[in-house]
Design a protein around this ligand. Sequence first.
Ligand SMILES: [Zn+2]
Length: 373
Amino acid sequence: MRVLFPIFKMGANASALEKEIGSDQFPTNEHYFGLVNFGNTCYCNSVLQALYFCKPFRDKVLSYRAQPKKKENLLTCLSDLFNNITTQKKKTGVIAPKKFIGRLRKENEVFDNYMQQDAHEFLIYLLNTIADILSAERAADKQVGKPNSKVSTPNGSLSNNNDHHHQKNEPTWIHEIFQGTLTNETRCLCCEGVSSKDEDFLDLSVDVEQNTSITHCLKGFSNTETLCHECKYYCETCCSKQEAQKRMQVKKLPQILALHLKRFKYMEQVHRYTKLSYRVVFPLELRLMNTSDDATSPDKLYDLVSVVIHCGSGPNRGHYITIVKSHGFWLLFDDDLVDKIDVSNIEEFYGLATEVQKTSDSGYILFYQARDL
Ligand SMILES: [Zn+2]
């Protein structure tokens, strides 16, 4: 005879995390899984968790899997990993990102070792690689759909080359999510003429100073710089080198703003990087103050969604962890460990107000998501 066990709302298998969140509070269709460390791969785990909780990114990565079977690449591996998390029966646990790490090590020799890597370097590599994969697939699809790729334009010239160039510059969903535009304005101090040049970015790297805030760092980023002496600027109007003022502002605000705090500084005297553990406050809500006059919706409100935190004293030493916001509460991911944290704990990751120690657990990459209006 079979013995039927009573089914409790939360079984005996429920993890400490599940119990802490509470069965009635645990978000439906959400999973909190730690990632196994394969020998100093926390730089990778921390970034993957931060990105997993950037909703637009997660959705796109998961939907990539629904497309016809592709040859294995870094994006198929990432998509499989995200899918593995979202389809788990359990709500919490640990997953080994084995295939993804294997692929990463195969594709880029920088990551093909057991040394600690820079999480920011990995983030940029990952975003660029995904964008390249998507661009290449789109180009290949167009080639298939268009057997005769040499198309005549109305004036009879062949637009083959232009077409190719255009495809390469067409934004992918990586650009739709992360790309913003900076405008670099130079004002000639002689004729007052202004010239501007636009530059796209997937993330912003900002200098850090002691006892400041992200708003301050961004202001510093856009500070007016005077070009004088040997650095004079060639003015097209004056047809000569002139003193000028230069400043960089945000013209197009991205959907997700990734901010990299330049905490690793090269010290000439010791020939190595040292960590700046400065206390830099990052707010839960952010508005950019360094937008250009022609920016569209410059007062966009951003919410902090995840932070990659560096723990330790230097880029090749130490450890990376991540804090994320999910369904209104905060979680800390430390490789295979996941904990719920109180929002008041976040300030522990601002850095140190006194510089006695170089080692700290401090915010390194911040992900802010624009609030839907
Ligand atoms: Zn001039």
